[in-house]
Design a protein around this ligand. Structure first.
Ligand SMILES: [Cu+2]
Length: 123
């Protein structure tokens, strides 16, 4: 009787390992989680993405989004800022406070971005 529980234990551990790895891969897949690019204050909404998906700016920086995806409209929705649905033109928001600001285009699943406002200037 005693070997039986052990034989079951190994497949169970494998299943748990793969499930856990899949969850991690999914959460890391958000483009907003890529390393933030410095020295850039303009983000393009293009090809159903924000480019670059993550930027790092000093406090007081005005960030501008350019809508350049042909006839496909996008928007920028974050905590404390929101654009219209736009297929052209720009939207701007000034980030005064240090922090991490995630935003999304709520028209397209997975179209996410992030603005990291550092406390110490751009260095
Ligand atoms: Cu979009």
């Amino acid at each position: 009787m005693s070997p039986r529980p052990r034989r079951l234990l190994i497949p169970l551990l494998l299943v748990l390992t793969f499930t856990s790895a899949a969850c991690q891969a999914r959460s890391a897949a958000s483009p907003a989680d890529t390393a933030p690019v410095r020295g850039v204050t303009t983000v393009e909404a293009k090809d159903l993405k924000f480019l670059p998906p993550a930027i790092e700016v000093p406090p007081g920086t005005e960030v501008t989004w350019r809508f350049v995806d042909g006839s496909v409209p996008h928007n920028v929705k974050g905590d404390g800022f929101a654009s219209d649905n736009q297929a052209r033109g720009t939207f701007s928001h000034r980030f005064e406070q240090a922090g991490e600001y995630r935003y999304t285009c709520d028209l397209h699943a997975g179209m996410d971005g992030r603005v990291v406002v550092t406390g110490q200037g751009s260095g």
